[in-house]
Design a protein around this ligand. Structure first.
Ligand SMILES: NC(=O)c1ccc[n+]([C@@H]2O[C@H](COP(=O)([O-])OP(=O)(O)OC[C@H]3O[C@@H](n4cnc5c(N)ncnc54)[C@H](OP(=O)(O)O)[C@@H]3O)[C@@H](O)[C@H]2O)c1
Length: 328
């Protein structure tokens, strides 16, 4: 029975991938950080977990030994964005460890999970795989270096690889959007700017389908794919859908973006010398400022990918999950 290693298999996306592979009858192995040992994992079925750090090449080798393919999901995505040493070690050196181990043990396919963030602030709407790279922060910068490493390694050694750039994920298991839902429910969400900025939410199950579609697929070797939901919408439209599903009024209050940006810049300047995380920073404001809209045409035409969930259905399922945990 072919074995698949999922690095980061107890995280949000990773655990959904593990569940799907297990449901499809695959034998799954997981590499997970030991700090997550005590966390409950609802999605992990009959898995074989190696507890280790991606920065530790021996742990990575132990995880890779005996598997036929790898889905490399680990990144420092949720672990604070400002630690340069950690970002490079986890995203770049960690990926190097996975590549070297994959080569050593003759892995047949490595899927590397990158991000649409490598395109940074996109000017072209919708952006596609050929849109120039334009990373704007440490996370995006290190994810781009890792992605390039994977492509170079494929060209130099012949290791079969695929790069997937997921578009902004949401769904059960993720609480990054909980605050937005809660504020809308309480009628307290304030839109900074005119709310016409574009969003491209991708329901996690659809992105998982993209990963399984690529796995051991000849047509995916040596390729990079942007994978996500079918469409994008404005922040105003997103808020309207969430409000409708929560049976409340959509956000009414809007404030201009320029003074908020000035305040964010001042906050950063004041906090930086003291090493304090600013309560407001430009990256947070960029949520209301930078368009995120991508084309998924390549993965549709090359691999026959088709998202199954509309944004509305994804939001319904996410609300259901938040409510089932008593969070909403
Ligand atoms: N979520 C999105 O919207 C989005 C969009 C585009 C791309 N992505 C990419 O998708 C992937 C998964 O993201 P996610 O949202 O599922 O984040 P996540 O839940 O934080 O998953 C990342 C996993 O990596 C693990 N990890 C972090 N540092 C590690 C280390 N040094 N050694 C071993 N494991 C380590 C984390 O463990 P701990 O929980 O213990 O830290 C976690 O299980 C990432 O590669 C991210 O760049 C995400």
């Amino acid at each position: 029975m072919p074995k698949v290693l999922v690095t980061g298999g107890k995280g949000f996306l990773g655990s959904h991938i593990v569940s799907r592979l297990s449901a499809n009858g695959e034998t799954v192995k997981i590499l997970a950080h030991p700090r997550g040992k005590d966390k409950q994992s609802q999605n992990t079925i009959e898995s074989n977990t190696i507890w280790g750090d991606i920065r530790d090449c021996q742990a990575v080798e132990k995880a890779v030994e005996g598997v036929d393919s790898i889905i490399h999901v680990v990144s420092n995505f949720r672990r604070g964005g400002s630690d340069k040493k950690e970002a490079y070690a986890v995203n770049v050196e960690g990926t190097k460890n996975v590549l070297e181990a994959a080569k050593k043990y003759g892995v047949q396919h490595l899927i590397h999970c990158s991000t649409i963030g490598v395109h940074g602030t996109v000017l072209e709407i919708p952006a596609n795989e050929n849109t120039p790279f334009n990373p704007t922060d440490l996370y995006q910068e290190t994810k781009l270096i890792a992605e390039k490493l994977v492509c170079d390694f494929h060209k130099q050694t012949g290791l079969p690889t695929t790069v997937i750039r997921p578009i902004s994920l949401f769904g059960p298991g993720d609480i990054r959007m909980l605050k937005l839902f809660r504020l809308i429910k309480k009628g307290r969400f304030v839109i900074i700017g005119d709310g016409k900025v574009l969003f491209h939410p991708s329901y996690v199950d659809d992105v998982v389908s993209g990963f399984t579609l690529c796995l051991n697929n000849e047509k995916a070797i040596g390729e990079a794919f942007i994978i996500g939901g079918e469409g994008y919408l404005t922040l105003n439209e997103l808020c309207q859908i969430i409000a409708d599903e929560l049976n409340v009024k959509p956000p009414q209050m809007k404030i201009p973006i320029t003074p908020v940006l000035e305040l964010a810049t001042a906050c950063e300047k004041i906090c930086e010398p003291f090493g304090i995380q600013p309560p407001l920073h430009r990256r947070r404001v960029s949520f209301f400022q930078n368009n995120r809209a991508f084309s998924i045409e390549k993965v549709k035409s090359v691999l026959g990918y088709k998202p199954q969930y509309s944004i509305k259905e994804g939001i319904q399922k996410t609300i259901h999950w938040y409510k089932s945990h008593g969070w909403l």
